[in-house]
Structures are given as structure tokens and as C-alpha cells.
Design a protein around this ligand. Structure first.
Ligand code: GRG
Length: 316
């Protein structure tokens, strides 16, 4: 179940709340997975003529970040019976898409930010023209990378992954969410329904694609894909609520980007509508509901359970 803010604020009583006593070491897991992803991303793009564009693409792609999206993809593929090698090209593609969306989001025509991941934004270093093209280059390469680099996966599964990625990026996903976000800026009143649309599309769609693509690569059953998809929808919304909270409560140093931007730009956010306490509570409920979707997978779901907890406990 994905909690709709309007009717939400309750843990779904139909879903048993999944309690699992575990000593799962999330920090070690995250550090190991992040290292694998960094290595794969580093070797995914080399600098050739015309060097400037490849350097600009690499500048943002290798600028750090939590690498949550690729890690979610790898973890889901493993949960569904696949392995890291099968999922790594898609995991890298997801990070390329995420990075391109950050480059474009930071442009003066969009959120106009000078810092991202603790470094100057792409357009501040390379200029707006190259930043736009670096985003375009990363986006198209993401699809090429999945199609050419995926090994030991059935072609029909790769095709489904490519279609799922396209859906998550386009007007039915990130682009649509961003359009409504821009249109809502500065408005004195934005409804919860509109805010829900913005967050589920701008942020949730790609996080859901990470999980669903991981499952598709491992040829998971339709029922399992649906369960994992609901897990992802819940953590996706929780992730953006926490992002809105951190924009108010964390410092620029902690975030690696300018803090307090939502307030300055009069952005529609959950804390603006609900206040901080209710927003925290709602994120917690979403994570509980996400974890409940994983009950059927038993111990295999430990990484995804821990990642759901990480989403609300993170500090950047
Ligand atoms: C995708 C074609 C295409 C265009 C882009 C600009 C745009 C359309 C969409 C905006 C998408 C966006 C920037 C959403 C915000 C998502 C978000 C919460 C980002 C922060 O993610 P983290 O915290 O960042 O995972 P790190 O740096 O850790 O990877």
C-alpha cells in the first residue's frame, strides 16, 4: 500500500508489521556496495575526443553521492535470485540518469544552485551549454550502457528494463514531476494531491525503477515485482519527505548543496503543509508499510529492510 497523504497518517492495519531481529551491518554493506559501484562508474566512461564533454559527464558522475539508487537495484536483483554482475550495468545507468537529473535541476532555468555533492555544480565549472549537453550525454549513454553491457540476462528482461527506465525518466516520471514542481513554485497554496504528484514523479519514479529493474533482471515473478514495487513506492515518498525535512534542519555542509532553498524559492513541501513533526511521523509510517511488503522474502530481504530504515535516519 502506498500511503496517500490525504487519507494517510496510519499504518495499514491489513499488513502485519514486519519485525525481524537482525544484526545486519548496514554501514559495512553500504561501504562495500558503494565501492563496487564507484569502480564500475569510473570505468564506464573514458575521456576521448571531444574531451570537454566526457570530462563534464565524469565530473558530475564521479562527484560522490550516496549511490542509493544503484545499491537498491543490486540489492533487489540479489533478493530475487540474481547477482551483482547481472545488475551492475543497469545500476550504473540508474546513477547516470540520476546524475543527469541533478545537473539539469541545478541549472539557472531550474533550481539555480551553485553547489551539489559538496562541489561546484556542473554549469558553474563547464558553463550552461556544456552542462545541458553533459546531462543529455549521460541520459542517452545510460540506455546504450544497459543494452550493450548487460550479460547473462534474457533479452526480453533487458528490453523490459529499458522500457521501465524510459517510463521513469519521461513525462510519466521525472520530467512530469519537475514540470509540476516548477509550476507550483511561488504559489501561496499547493494541494496535498499536487505535492504527492510532484514527489511520486520527480523522486519516487526513479527509486521505484531501481527496485523494479533489479527484480526484472532476475526474472522475478509478477507477484514479487508488484510487492517490490509497492515497497519502492513507499520508500520513494518517504525519501522525498526526509529530503524536504533535511532542507530545513541540516546545514549546507551536511547536505553538500545549499540548505533552506525550498523556503527561499517558496517551494511546496510536506513540512510546509504538515509541519516537521507530522512529516517525520508520516515518513516513519511509509517505511513501516514498505517493510511489511517484504515479509514474504524472509531473511533475503534484510538489505532492503535496512535500506528503508536508512532512508529516514540519514543526515544528507
Ligand atoms: C530526466 C530527462 C530528465 C530531465 C530531468 C531536472 C529534472 C528533469 C528532474 C528533477 C529530478 C530531481 C533532481 C529530483 C530530486 C531527487 C532527489 C531527492 C535528489 C537527491 O538524491 P540523493 O539524496 O542525492 O540520493 P545523492 O547526491 O546522494 O545521489
Amino acid at each position: 500500500m502506498v500511503l496517500m497523504p490525504k487519507t494517510g497518517h496510519q499504518i495499514n492495519p491489513m499488513l502485519p508489521q514486519f519485525q525481524i531481529d537482525t544484526t545486519f551491518d548496514l554501514s559495512t554493506y553500504l561501504a562495500e556496495r558503494k565501492a563496487l559501484v564507484e569502480k564500475a562508474l569510473d570505468s564506464s566512461i573514458s575521456v576521448v575526443y571531444p574531451e570537454k564533454i566526457y570530462e563534464a559527464m565524469r565530473y558530475s558522475l564521479l562527484a560522490g553521492g550516496k549511490r542509493l539508487r544503484p545499491i537498491l537495484c543490486l540489492a533487489t536483483c540479489e533478493l530475487a535470485g540474481g547477482n551483482i554482475e547481472m545488475a551492475m550495468p543497469t545500476a550504473c545507468a540508474l546513477e547516470m540518469i540520476h546524475t543527469m537529473s541533478l545537473i539539469h535541476d541545478d541549472l539557472p532555468a531550474m533550481d539555480n544552485d551553485d553547489y551539489r555533492r559538496g562541489k561546484l555544480t556542473n554549469h558553474k565549472v563547464y558553463g550552461e551549454d556544456i552542462a545541458i549537453l553533459a546531462g543529455d550525454g549521460l541520459l542517452s549513454y545510460a540506455f546504450e550502457f544497459v543494452a550493450t553491457q548487460t550479460k547473462d540476462v534474457l533479452p526480453q528482461q533487458v528490453l523490459q528494463v529499458i522500457a521501465r527506465l524510459g517510463k521513469a525518466v519521461g513525462a510519466a516520471g521525472l520530467v512530469g514531476g519537475q514540470v509540476v514542481d516548477l509550476a507550483s513554485e511561488g504559489l501561496s497554496q499547493v494541494s496535498e494531491k499536487t505535492l504527492h504528484f510532484i514527489h511520486t514523479h520527480k523522486t519516487g519514479a526513479l527509486l521505484e525503477a531501481c527496485v523494479v529493474c533489479g527484480a526484472l533482471l532476475a526474472s522475478a515473478s509478477q507477484t514479487n515485482v508488484q510487492k517490490l514495487s509497492r515497497y519502492a513506492q513507499n520508500i520513494g515518498l518517504a525519501f522525498q519527505i526526509v529530503d524536504d525535512i533535511l532542507d530545513i534542519t541540516a546545514t549546507t555542509e551536511e547536505l553538500g548543496k545549499t540548505a533552506g532553498k525550498d523556503l527561499d524559492a517558496q517551494k511546496a513541501t510536506y513540512p510546509a503543509i504538515w509541519g516537521l513533526e507530522k512529516s517525520r511521523c508520516q515518513a516513519q509510517i511509509l517505511v513501516q508499510n514498505a517493510k511489511a511488503e517484504l515479509e514474504i522474502f524472509g531473511e533475503k530481504a534484510l538489505p532492503l529492510i535496512a535500506l528503508a530504515d536508512f532512508i529516514i535516519s540519514r543526515s544528507n
